[in-house]
Design a protein around this ligand. Structure first.
Ligand SMILES: *Cc1c(COP(=O)(O)O)cnc(C)c1O
Length: 370
């Protein structure tokens, strides 16, 4: 039996009646964009994350972009972030005209190394954008101290981390604002693209909302140049149906991770490290192999066995062509991030994976390493 990296079909079947009813209702009412379902989702997500406000938008990338734009961050400004993330983190920074400044990561958690952030602060730095990679929170107290000392904004890229906590606080509630993604494969996924911004800052929320809707707060009168980044009623309805299950799904991901931690402990692979400061949600369970060749061998064996796997991430952002060719960008040397190139890959750890399936994954991994 093939074992996918993520099983969204099983998740659909488990909620089929409810999700089909949302679809039918949206079609019947023919009110497709924004509206009461979206407002309801905003209240629910703000409540879940413990923030005053939430503003839905078209995807997580736009969420980051809208926050940066609403803060007035742009040309000539620098934003400190991690090179070990999905491309969108840094892309959003570039799209407001600012420059991403990459700081190396820590081994084990793969999160930005907070002890290296301060050395990267210049007079142009406007914000820090920590990414809670693979669903584990960055050491946000450390980030907040540095931000306060230098007068910087903090924007959490929480796209992989809905439900993760840090010292009891939820991801998305610890910076000035945060962006979440509802891309289908995320821990809370829509039936298409979707995103949301969380913040306690009412003015910032209002600016994000306006920019996400062509800079308008009154129809056909525009105070600013914005973009078209709204959420569909269908997506909001689907997300509302799934949200009550998120805690349980995240718990199942943690249980699956604990099973792998046991099964893989003697394989020579580096297993994910959990920092003492919080509870992760394992958006992905990522292991690091001793070399890219070994990773290719293990991944080849998994693929041959019909088991889903993928490199996260094959190439650090500061080494990507899109940045190397930018004139505002001087590629730093970031050895920990570079050491992950081609070596860090994910194993199936979706909610509902059985221990039998996990033993099969571990067997293929162990045999390919023998
Ligand atoms: C998924 C993701 C994004 C982008 O979200 P989209 O909804 O796909 O635009 C940004 N940052 C990180 C870390 C992500 O994983």
């Amino acid at each position: 039996m093939p074992i996918p990296l993520l099983d969204l079909k099983a998740q659909y079947l488990s909620l089929k009646d409810e999700l089909d009813a949302v679809w039918a209702d949206v079609m019947t009412n023919a009110a497709f964009i924004a509206g009461p379902r979206v407002a309801e989702l905003e209240r629910a997500v703000a409540g879940y994350c413990g923030t005053e406000h939430a503003v839905a938008c078209a995807n997580g990338t736009d969420g980051l972009f809208l926050i940066l734009a609403a803060m007035g961050i742009g040309k000539g400004d620098e934003v400190i972030t991690t090179p070990f993330t999905f491309f969108a983190t840094a892309e959003a920074i570039c799209h407001v005209g600012a420059t991403p400044v990459f700081v190396d990561i820590e081994p084990g958690t793969y999160n930005i190394d907070v002890t290296k952030i301060e050395a990267a602060v210049t007079e142009r730095t406007k914000a820090i954008m920590p990414v809670h990679i693979f669903g584990q929170c960055v050491d946000m107290d450390a980030v907040s101290v540095i931000a306060a000392r230098h007068g910087l904004r903090v924007i959490e890229d929480a796209c992989q981390a809905i439900g993760a906590t840090y010292g009891g606080r939820k991801a998305g509630s610890m910076g000035d604002a945060a962006a979440f993604s509802f891309f289908p494969s995320k821990n809370l996924g829509a039936a298409g693209d979707g995103g949301i911004i969380t913040t306690d800052d009412g003015d910032l929320a209002a600016r994000c909302r306006k920019l996400a809707n062509h800079g308008t707060s009154r129809k056909y009168f525009h105070d600013a140049l914005g973009v078209n980044s709204r959420l569909d009623a269908l997506q909001a309805g689907i997300l509302m149906a799934k949200l009550p299950h998120l805690e349980e799904w995240n718990e199942q991901r943690r249980a699956a991770a604990a099973v792998y931690d046991g099964l893989l402990q003697d394989t020579g692979l580096e297993l994910p490290v959990v920092a003492a400061h919080g509870v992760p949600v394992y958006h992905l369970y990522v292991v690091k192999s001793p070399s890219a060749d070994v990773a290719a061998r293990v991944m080849g064996a998994l693929t041959d066995a019909g088991i889903g796997t993928a490199l996260y991430y094959p190439l650090a952002l500061h080494e990507q062509e899109a940045f190397r060719t930018r004139e505002d960008f001087s590629a730093p040397s970031l050895p920990v991030a570079e050491s992950c190139d081609g070596r860090t890959f994910a194993l199936p750890a979706f909610p509902g994976i059985t221990s039998e399936q996990q033993r099969e994954v571990a067997r293929v991994v162990s045999e390919s390493l023998a």
